[in-house]
Design a protein around this ligand. Structure first.
Ligand code: NDP
Length: 371
């Protein structure tokens, strides 16, 4: 991952920007006021006006570097409501059939894809071809092959590809990463990640293999995979995994209900994680090193995140994750800022390779080596 020196360089850059966006701007729209900022603004269209799209749109109201200017949706009534709420002109509204024409719209810089998982890949390829930056929700795609194609397409089109890893900008998370990189935890030995909730409505797309690409692992388990990587600070070299299913009617073939998985890292550190759609309130990270520990619960929810280390409570203040993320994404795209923990297509791809290996391990019962 990053060297300590590059981490410190990035952290000092973040230290300059975080107070700016975390307090004055993000949590207090009145103070943020566009009057105080006249720099470049990332003009974003959201594709998929569902639950999370709505959350992102509301959070962007408090951004100064990113602005919601367009929508892509299959539901005309939502488009009308969003136009009224966010003052979006007709010329910036598209549906899934005609959005390639966005290439001719000079008033949109980036498209944020917030649709069901299996649509990310084809939609990202179209957005890239239209010459717009791609922001894509997690999981970036259904598998590493698709993910690689997205990375390649964005490279070819000379547009950025960013993944909605909002935790990569969360202050308590960044403090634990700083402590680990500064050696305050000593040699890292173990990570535990518990990610899960009890899923409701059996007819929703998250339980449809074609749209979700899997089950809990694609949706919530990915937080433990991603967290293991940024907490341990290494890329895993092997994976083992075991699947269990208590309700094969609700969780059909190819839709995982619960998977336990283990990751092995080059240093010898190991991770033990749980991904589930059938247990409530599982949202916990634990990192153990020779000289200390960090514990976060909740660790990846919308916050406030809570945590402590061997030195005491983590006290970094909460700011709306999606507001901070969109400010940071704008800085990455417009100013070339390098985040402490990457959020680019390669980062999304690393998680997808591990997901592929976890599913293979579940199927074969074998330990899967990661190249
Ligand atoms: P929702 O079901 O709430 O919304 C998805 C939207 O996608 C729909 O409202 C619809 O919008 C559009 N859509 C297009 N085609 C379809 C289809 N065939 N079936 C269903 N919807 C369709 O899902 P979420 O917003 O919860 O999740 C969307 C994505 O965001 C997922 O990839 C998920 O993993 C990710 N996510 C990320 C979170 C995070 O914290 N980073 C949190 C929650 C979700 P329209 O009517 O406008 O076309």
């Amino acid at each position: 991952m990053n060297t300590r020196r590059s981490f410190l360089q990035k952290l000092s850059a973040a230290a300059i920007t975080f107070p700016l966006i975390s307090f004055e701007d993000c949590t207090n729209a009145d103070q943020a006021g566009s009057k105080t900022y006249d720099g470049p603004v990332l003009r974003v269209a959201i594709m998929g006006l569902g639950g999370y799209g709505t959350r992102v749109a509301d959070a962007m109201v408090d951004c100064k570097k990113a602005k919601l200017v367009g929508v892509i949706s299959g539901t005309p009534s939502k488009v009308k409501a969003w136009q009224a709420k966010y003052n979006i002109p007709d010329k910036n509204c598209y549906n899934y059939e005609n959005f390639d024409a966005i290439s001719k719209n000079p008033d949109i810089d980036a498209v944020y894809i917030i649709t069901p998982n299996s649509l990310h890949h084809p939609q990202a390829l179209r957005v890239a071809k239209a010459g717009k930056h791609v922001i894509c929700e997690k999981p970036m795609a259904l598998n590493a092959k698709e993910g690689q194609e997205m990375v390649d397409a964005c490279k070819k089109a000379n547009v950025k590809l960013l993944v909605g890893y909002r935790m990569h900008f969360e202050p308590k998370t960044l403090e634990v990463v700083r402590m680990r990189m500064d050696g305050e935890l000593g040699k890292i030995l173990f990570f535990q990640g518990l990610s899960g909730f009890r899923i409701g409505d059996p007819t929703q797309w998250r339980l449809n293999k074609q749209l979700a690409g899997g089950g809990s692992m694609m949706d919530i388990g990915i937080y433990s995979i991603n967290g293991a990587r940024y907490m341990v600070g290494e890329e895993p070299v092997w994976v083992t995994a075991q699947e269990s299913k208590t309700d094969p009617v609700k969780f059909k073939e190819g839709v995982d209900e619960t998977i336990q998985f283990q990751l092995g890292f080059p240093s010898g550190a190991v991770a033990s994680c749980l991904s589930t759609y059938s247990m409530n309130g599982l949202d916990k990270f634990y990192l153990n090193g020779v000289n200390g520990f960090a514990e976060m619960q909740p660790s990846t929810g919308y916050g406030p995140i809570k945590g402590r280390t061997h030195k005491g409570e983590l006290t970094q203040p909460h700011a709306t994750h999606q507001t901070v993320q969109m400010e940071e994404f704008a800085a990455i795209i417009l100013e070339g800022r390098k985040p402490v923990i990457p959020v680019d297509g390669e980062e999304g791809l690393r998680d997808l390779r591990i997901i592929d290996a976890i599913y293979e391990a579940c199927k074969t019962g074998k330990k899967i080596e990661l190249r």
